[in-house]
Write a protein that binds this ligand. Sequence first.
Ligand SMILES: [Zn+2]
Length: 61
Amino acid sequence: MTASTLAGSCPECETDLTVPPIVEGETLSCPECLLTLRVEDIQDGRLDLRMIEVQLRDWGQ
Ligand SMILES: [Zn+2]
């Protein structure tokens, strides 16, 4: 069976997420709670997601 998608769950709201193949370090947004999640690890098509702080725009001005 070819894994054409990856699956994971949001650490915040536990929504099941199915996403196109991505790599570790990429980010995605949870459609439910709109948190930004980063792919920490991928094992057997299963994503280990961690919420990250959305950085405020700081242009140093
Ligand atoms: Zn969520």
